[in-house]
Design a protein around this ligand. Structure first.
Ligand code: NAD
Ligand code: TYD
Length: 349
């Protein structure tokens, strides 16, 4: 089987590529990535020499390039992760999210439609999406696969749109498609614009840790390797047309999560208790900030026997250990453009 994985040099994509390359030596894995600020080939150093792995640099927004790639390579399946993924960036540059997340996805769907004609049943288009398409929850309920879409940020609106296109290609052209919508991931190789790696990096460097609003927003955190394992299961076992929600049953208010992180960091860095917590700084809230996300993953648990493998505290410790042991990676991704981004994003808050 020849599988095109898009966005494989990013955070989740690199874990999916690593899992597939190592678990299925009989498959050929082609990683297509534009290498934006979020894509980094250092995320895949340990698999880059493997026989069953190949990297292709390219942009999914370039329809001619995508068409040619499908013409040249006889793909059996696509696992599509390439996206602009950061809500704050979507607030300042929404059009980039429309281009990559919507137009890029439609380009891939068009190529699949053109080159897989008549053989849809043996092919598979796996679209990796987010729980943010469902909007924000109050205090009680959870997102199920039947929850209506109600996206609020340009990021979630673009992901919702791409989900609709995937379903439309399934309904209209019979494409063999599956979609999963996952909650917030955390783990190694996570770009430090997102809350957990940003906080780890700032605490390590004794810099203020920005908390939006009052820190009351709730996210449901899942270890990234558990997400990659769910993608593997769904890719191989789900029926065409199925959607699965993936989540950690692990809800945390941002402020409680960051306080826990500070406590563990104090211990790991040999600081006096409470030292890291003094870095917490409440800043202006994110516009349109969704209050709460929580995933009901019982369908995935029941149908395919998946469940999260790690307790959150264990996963957080592993993650912090990884960041502390991989200073070069962290310094590499936080030099240059990151400094400009950080100043623009946080100086006015
Ligand atoms: P990421 O930002 O870390 O990585 C995205 C990757 O896509 C990068 O390697 C980037 O270079 C590549 N890319 C961006 N634009 C491209 C283009 N035009 N052409 C080719 N490649 C391009 O993102 P992530 O956090 O790893 O998320 C991966 C996928 O999972 C996304 O589709 C995202 O919506 C979804 N998701 C993420 C989370 C999360 O918590 N991070 C949760 C649920 C779903
Ligand atoms: P983030 O990691 O950006 O993921 P998402 O917005 O996709 O859920 O943010 C997680 C939560 O943390 C969200 O409620 C916003 C909040 N947050 C902060 O409080 N401070 C920050 O500097 C960042 C990046 C996020």
């Amino acid at each position: 089987m020849k599988i095109l994985i898009t966005g494989g040099a990013g955070f989740i994509g690199s874990h999916v590529v690593r899992r597939f390359v190592n678990t299925y030596p009989e498959y050929k894995i082609i990683n297509l990535d534009k290498l934006t600020y979020a894509g980094n080939l250092a995320n895949l150093k340990d698999v880059e020499e493997k026989q069953n792995y190949e990297f292709v640099k390219g942009d999914i927004v370039d329809a001619i390039f995508i068409d040619q790639l499908f013409a040249d390579q006889d793909f059996d399946a696509v696992i599509h992760l390439a996206a602009e993924s950061h809500v704050d960036r979507s607030i300042s540059s929404p059009l980039e999210f429309v281009m990559t997340n919507v137009v890029g996805t439609v380009n891939l769907l068009n190529a699949a439609k053109k080159y897989w004609t008549g053989e849809y049943l043996n092919k598979r288009f796996y679209h990796v999406s987010t729980d943010e398409v469902y909007g924000a929850l109050g205090e009680e309920e959870m997102f199920t696969e039947e929850t209506s879409y109600d996206p609020h940020s340009p990021y979630s609106a673009s992901k919702a749109s791409s989900d609709h296109f995937v379903r439309a290609y399934q309904d209209t052209y019979g494409l063999n498609a599956v979609i999963s919508n996952c909650s917030n991931n955390y783990g190694s190789y996570h770009f430090p614009e997102k809350l957990i790696p940003l906080a780890i990096n700032n605490i390590k460097n004794n810099k203020p840790v920005p908390i939006y609003g009052k820190g009351e927003n709730v996210r449901d955190w899942l270890w990234v390797e558990d997400h990659a394992r769910a993608i593997d299961l769904i890719f191989h076992k789900a029926e065409s047309g199925t959607t699965y929600n993936i989540g950690g049953h692990n809800e945390w208010k941002n402020i409680d999560l960051i306080r826990l992180l500070c406590k563990i960091m104090d211990r790991k860095l040999g600081r006096e208790e409470g030292a890291s917590e003094r870095l917490l700084t409440f800043v202006a809230d994110r516009a349109g900030h969704d209050l709460r996300y929580a995933i009901d993953s019982s369908k995935l648990q029941k149908d395919l026997g998946w469940k999260p493998s790690l307790k959150f505290e264990e996963g957080l410790e592993k993650t912090m250990d990884w960041y502390l042991a991989n200073e070069d990676w962290l310094n590499g991704v936080t030099s240059g453009d990151y400094q400009t981004y950080y100043t623009e994003q946080y100086s006015e808050r």
